[in-house]
Design a protein around this ligand. Structure first.
Ligand SMILES: Cc1cc2nc3c(=O)[nH]c(=O)nc-3n(C[C@H](O)[C@H](O)[C@H](O)COP(=O)(O)OP(=O)(O)OC[C@H]3O[C@@H](n4cnc5c(N)ncnc54)[C@H](O)[C@@H]3O)c2cc1C
Length: 762
């Protein structure tokens, strides 16, 4: 009997929880699927699409309708997909269907690259050296098949009976969104054909050749711009790897090329590393890898967050970067770093907020890369800059945008300023501003915070963090007392800070580091208190899978893999949302706060992340990959498998998310000048007071933030990561001029104190 492979795409946004793709990402997805369908048609096949709230159920129903014997797909490495994929495997297995997943997303499976002790690396250099040093090359990409078997009319009828819908009816984007996203089509062409064209232009043109010298330049096209294509599997990283290697060989023979190819592959290596970390430390997208940095006393200032998102901070380089994202859905890595660093270090806003914003706004939104970038910028990794490190924005501007071309392009309001002032309009004389048509506080904001103030706040926060540097000691002691195993991980060494004080501070601030949950109503959360989050269970290091109930641990002293039966958030359990997948860790019965007793037992017996993790970790290295994948990942490095009977090649489902609004006019923002902040201790005290009780009523509802539009109407921005009251937009054009004491500060002094070098890979 001849085998038949039916390519299937499932659109199941509900399964992605709060990490449904944002507006730009969905635009890409919709067009990418259309391109994939066209490619399949050219080969004689077609894509069958399903809109479903439950992938497993739909696949079982479809397989039954078709009489299919196997379901094949490419697996992913973010915890949400791992949970979903594992559930699919379990359900299909129970239904008697053969199910296998393959790796087409990265060069090496995460379990292939381990240190001598069999543990995962926690520094990029060591990881990449080991990755490159493996004694076998990455699996080469498969050839595109010349033709595929036609999807017969019977199969189409059976699929329709199982709920198949036309691609256009999937509802990935509404008609309004399609219209408001139309401008993205001026910058990008989704689909495999253009991905290969982009790679070709990058390699054959001058960009790869000068990559080592120019990749950080933001005033020109200097990088490959392949990230959205790669994210949606339109081009295989294996293909890119071998094309680059081939070029290296050619240039090597001619004595050219320098370190460009190695540098480029190193960038791809960061992508590998992001999956690697996400696999071994599945909380990477929500919690700091360095434990003590989970206790940073963030400001949680919604007004500053909004100014940052809308590109209205008064710092041109940052604002230009944020405006570029609004317009194109993309920005250069250096700009991602600059903008992210400003948000975290200058505005002292939690990096998880920034991660979520990038996730919602970027075309190439990719959970693992996003998390890696933010962890680096915030100093949460063993090989990142210290938390206290800040970028000197004026130095940064001179290095990467010396003539202000980048700023001129994305902030036309400043375009007529001379290069000397373009990065610091507040320092320009009145006459220069007038000649350039710049009215600070009217058509371009004053800086929302002075460098001095932001540095003072950062120092105060750093003092808290320093006291929380326990090197895992507290956690280890607590875990040991419980007869458990201490978590392993990239913790910093302990300081000589008073351990009790460190413990208290950590407990006080830890919950603030959660992405969605509210800071504690009273700051004295402690072990054994009614802390709904203390049900988090440790997984030691990724390899061992040892779990230790954290009942005996200080809050937050845990690698936060959920364990214990997990229940859907909707079932009445307390959802702190930090699972990111709509799953909540149910409190242990004895710890349930009053009035929050768990209703019923809707819990599946399995632990989603844990099972997914174990399922992947225990699959034989390469055994499952085997080099022949299904059509998952849009054929990234894999072709259709040949099996007896009908097989379903499943393209991993991705889904839709928040709608964001493009700011049309710069709201008036005034310089934030803090009153004399006093001694370091006083500052610290103020910091702590600011953070303690900011959210009296906790709800799990998404928050609506009103953003201003030029026409006076209000757009709402879904902002599902904190539950607070509505924040109104800074008024457009109605604010009074800033009082004398709020005139732009002398920012030079602060700049001099900052050092200039990159906190993240560029
Ligand atoms: C705060 C922050 C958030 C980020 N969020 C994302 C994201 O959501 N999605 C995303 O794809 N990248 C993200 N990155 C990484 C990086 O900025 C982009 O991958 C890169 O800018 C894409 O441009 P390019 O394709 O021209 O990259 P090139 O320099 O040409 O590199 C080629 C490929 O390597 C990978 N790559 C390059 N740099 C990195 C890096 N630092 N980390 C991980 N992979 C990398 C990408 O797949 C990229 O397409 C983020 C970086 C930071 C600092």
């Amino acid at each position: 009997m001849q085998s038949e492979v039916v390519p299937v795409y499932l659109w199941a946004p509900e399964e992605e929880g709060q990490f449904q793709p944002g507006r730009c990402s969905r635009w890409w997805l919709a067009h990418s699927l259309a391109a994939l369908d066209a490619d399949l048609h050219a080969l004689g096949s077609r894509l069958l699409c399903f809109r479903t709230p439950d992938s497993s159920a739909t696949l079982v129903a479809l397989a039954r309708q078709l009489g299919a014997g196997a379901v094949l797909f490419n697996h992913l490495f973010d915890p949400i997909s791992m949970v979903r994929d594992n559930e699919v495997k379990a359900t299909l297995g129970t239904a008697g269907l053969f199910c296998q997943s393959f790796n087409a997303d990265i060069l090496r499976e995460p379990w292939e690259v381990l240190d001598k002790g069999g543990k995962p690396f926690t520094c990029y250099d060591a990881f990449w050296t080991a990755h490159c040093g493996l004694p076998y090359p990455p699996t080469p990409p498969l050839q595109l098949p010349g033709a595929l078997l036609t999807v017969s009319a019977e199969v189409e009828a059976a699929a329709a009976a199982a709920g198949a819908v036309p691609l256009a009816k999937l509802g990935i984007m509404s008609a309004d969104e399609e219209m408001s996203n139309a401008h993205l089509g001026h910058h990008w062409i989704p689909g495999s054909a253009d991905a290969h064209r982009a790679l070709d232009a990058f390699v054959r043109g001058s960009r790869l050749r000068s990559f080592d010298a120019d990749r950080a330049k933001t005033d020109r096209a200097s990088t490959s711009r392949l990230s959205p294509h790669i994210h949606y599997g339109e081009i295989s990283v294996r293909h890119i790897y071998y094309v680059a290697k081939h070029q290296e060989l050619e240039w090597g023979r001619a004595g050219e090329g320098g370190t460009s190819v190695a540098d480029f592959l190193r960038q791809l290596g960061y992508r590998e590393y992001s999956r690697y970390l996400s696999f071994h430390f599945p909380f990477t997208h929500e919690r700091s890898l360095l434990e003590h940095l989970r206790a940073v006393p963030w400001t949680y200032d919604q007004r500053l967050f909004k100014a940052w998102r809308q590109g209205c901070t008064g710092y041109p380089l940052v604002d230009a970067a944020m405006r570029e994202v609004w317009v194109t859905g993309w920005m250069h890595n250096r700009m991602r770093v600059v903008a992210a660093s400003f948000m975290v270090k200058n505005l002292l806003l939690p990096w998880q907020w920034g991660l979520k914003h990038y996730w919602d706004a970027l075309l190439d939104a990719d959970l693992e890369c996003d998390a890696l970038g933010w962890q680096y910028v915030a100093g949460c990794m063993a090989d990142a800059h210290e938390f206290s490190y800040t970028i000197d924005h004026s130095v940064e501007a001179k290095r990467f945008d010396p003539e202000g071309q980048y700023v001129r392009r994305w902030l036309p309001v400043l375009a007529r300023l001379p290069a000397q002032y373009i990065h610091e309009p507040w320092s320009a004389p009145e006459s220069v501003l007038a000649d350039a048509g710049v009215e600070l506080g009217v058509n371009y904001p004053f800086p929302v915070i002075s460098v001095e103030d932001s540095l003072a706040a950062l120092n105060a926060a750093n003092a808290v963090v320093k006291q929380c540097m326990r090197g895992g000691a507290g956690t280890a002691a607590a875990a040991g007392a419980a007869g458990g195993v201490a978590p392993q991980g990239p913790f910093r060494p302990a300081t000589d800070a008073d351990p009790a004080e460190a413990e208290r501070l950590f407990a006080e601030h830890y919950r603030n580091s959660m992405m969605v949950s509210d800071p504690p109503a009273a700051p004295q959360a402690s072990p054994g208190s009614e802390d709904v989050q203390s049900n988090l269970v440790l997984r030691g290091d990724g390899a061992s899978g040892d779990d230790v109930t954290s009942a005996a641990l200080p809050p937050g002293g845990a690698h936060s893999c959920w364990a214990g039966p997990a229940v859907p958030a909707a079932s009445g359990a307390v959802d702190d949302g930090s699972s990111g997948a709509g799953w909540a860790a149910p409190p242990l019965p004895e710890q349930l706060p009053e009035g929050r007793q768990q209703q019923g037992s809707a819990a599946p017996a399995a632990l989603p992340e844990q099972l997914a993790w174990q399922a992947l970790a225990t699959s034989p290295p390469h055994g499952s990959a085997g080099g022949s994948g299904g059509l998952g990942g849009s054929g990234a490095g894999s072709g259709p498998a040949t099996m007896t009977g009908v097989s379903l090649g499943v393209v991993p489902s991705l889904s839709g998310g928040a709608v964001a609004a493009v700011p049309q006019a710069a709201p008036r923002l005034r310089v934030r000048r803090q009153p004399d902040s006093g001694s370091a201790e006083q500052q610290q005290q103020q910091q702590q007071e600011r953070h303690a009780p900011p959210h009296p009523q906790a709800t799990n509802e998404a928050q609506q933030v009103v953003s201003p539009r030029a026409d006076g109407a209000a757009d709402t921005v879904q902002q599902p990561f904190r539950a607070t009251s509505t924040v109104s937009a800074p008024e457009v054009g109605t604010a009074a001029p800033p009082p004398a004491e709020q005139q732009p500060p002398d920012l030079q002094a602060g700049h001099k104190r900052a050092r200039a070098c990159s906190p993240t890979p560029t």
